[in-house]
Design a protein around this ligand. Structure first.
Ligand code: NAD
Ligand code: GLY
Length: 363
């Protein structure tokens, strides 16, 4: 097992990464008092892992209640959130009842937002079971739901007390979901870690083959990168750079997710096509070479991710991107690549260049 720390003063917490951690009752009880808990999961993950988690909790004297929600991005909405509140109230959960998210990023974001707001905030624990959740969404405290007009538009920052990433749960993950997680892994290499990008180019086949050692390394390195960025700009308020850099490709990708209807494209798939657009735009601004762009395209394709976003027209992209959270005072702040391994934020990119980059990636 490897343990990393997210350093946020009084809100600091550990990320434990390793095999069979679901059964490790001591780890679960180390971060927060666990006499009674509320587990939130979905109807795909619960049949696989709920009983093991409950058995581990029982070993440390923690009983509680479990809510199993329908699976899918399309349920990351107000109605499902309300089901969590209903459950917590019906089960008489109080301010000391930790909420545990058992699942991927959808469950983590939903349960985390419920924890942030139920009785003005209760302790929260993340037990991520997808690659995407283990490398990204379970760390950093962003929680929330989608709105029909925009992805992740309603939410709160609410840090977990503990992240428990059992790498063995990835053995049951569908291959398409594994690839979607790799989009966020590749992101860390592109925005701030060139040696990791080079390691990914060497090891992408091992990751797709679920080589345990390679997966553990990629998860640890991704979490270390995310923890460092979040520690420096927890609430994404930095004027330049900062936490916003974690959104490489996301402004374009969110347009695909919203425009196509939530769940049609996986989040990681949309991020991959969006990453190609950001990469192409960075080339147009003179920062990347043709060879750099091909390098990114090749890696994404080897990870079995889409590199074309030809599902929406450029006008629709630009319209949807205008609703992004990174629009401040009417100006779209984009994450771009100064070089491979170094990202920047820019709010002055001419719309004609953005349009041209979108069109170039819509073949
Ligand atoms: P997801 O939660 O929908 O999970 C993907 C699929 O895999 C689902 O069908 C799920 O039921 C299934 N699944 C989960 N674990 C499994 C397992 N071990 N075995 C078999 N099936 C399993 O999707 P995701 O990719 O984990 O997360 C995407 C969501 O995360 C998006 O809503 C995105 O906006 C959000 N996100 C949030 C942050 C953040 O910082 N909060 C960061 C990145 C993404
Ligand atoms: N996934 C982007 C962030 O956590 O800031």
């Amino acid at each position: 097992m490897t343990t990393l720390n997210v350093s946020l003063g009084q809100r600091s917490y550990p990320i434990h990464i390793g095999a069979s951690l679901l059964d490790n009752a001591e780890l679960l009880s180390s971060a927060v008092k666990l006499s009674r808990v509320a587990i939130v999961s979905n109807d795909v993950v619960a049949p696989l892992y709920m009983e093991r988690l409950r058995a581990a909790l029982e070993k440390v004297g923690a009983g509680g209640t479990a809510l199993v929600l329908p699976d899918g991005e399309a349920y990351k909405n107000w109605e499902t959130l309300n089901r969590i509140y209903d459950h917590l109230l019906t089960e008489r959960c109080d301010r000391g009842t930790p909420v545990i998210a058992l699942g991927g990023g959808v469950i983590g974001d939903l349960a985390g937002f419920a924890a942030a707001t139920y009785q003005r905030g209760v302790p929260f624990i993340q037990v991520p079971t997808t690659l995407l959740a283990q490398v990204d969404s379970s760390v950093g405290g962003k929680t929330g739901i989608n709105h029909l007009r925009g992805k992740n538009m309603i939410g709160a920052f609410w840090q977990p007390r503990l992240v428990l990433a059992d790498t063995e749960t990835l053995n049951t993950l569908p291959v398409r979901e594994l690839s979607a997680g790799l989009a966020e892994v590749i992101k860390y290499g592109l925005i701030r870690d060139l040696p990791f990008l080079e390691w990914l180019e060497e090891n992408i086949d091992k990751l797709l083959a679920r080589d345990a050692e390679a997966l553990s390394f990629a998860i640890e390195r991704s979490c270390a990168n995310k923890a460092a960025v979040v520690a420096g700009d927890e609430l994404e308020t930095a004027q330049e750079g900062g936490r916003a850099l974690l959104n490489l490709g996301h402004t374009f990708g969110h347009a695909i997710e919203t425009g196509m209807g939530y769940g049609e494209w996986l989040h990681g798939e949309a991020v991959a096509a969006g990453t190609m657009m950001a990469t192409e735009l960075s080339r147009r601004l003179g920062w990347l070479t043709d060879a750099d762009v091909e390098r990114v395209r090749t890696l994404l394709m080897r990870a079995k991710l889409p590199v074309s976003g030809a599902v929406l027209g450029a006008d629709r992209y630009l319209d949807l991107m205008g609703h992004d959270k990174k629009v401040i005072a009417g100006r779209l702040r984009l994450v771009l690549l100064k070089r491979l391994g170094e990202a920047v934020t820019r709010a002055d990119t001419p719309e004609a260049e953005i349009r041209a980059a979108i069109e170039a990636c819509c073949d």
